[in-house]
Design a protein. Sequence first.
Length: 77
Amino acid sequence: MENEKITEIKKVIEKIRPYIQRDGGDVEFVTFNDGCVSVRMLGACSQCLMLDDTIKDGVEMILMEEVDGVTSVKVVD
């Protein structure tokens, strides 16, 4: 069940990536634990002043809508 959830999360992240890559950045799945998805932001996104907005208003919102059980997204190094 957990592996299925991770597969779903990765599929959604793959749908989001082209939009982030368009601005010179990227997003990478790291882990999923207790409803929280950890991601690593790469390229331009790693130092972007809009990172919090990108995560909360973009990545987190989409993952919560499309993958049952996701409750939050956090950025890790």
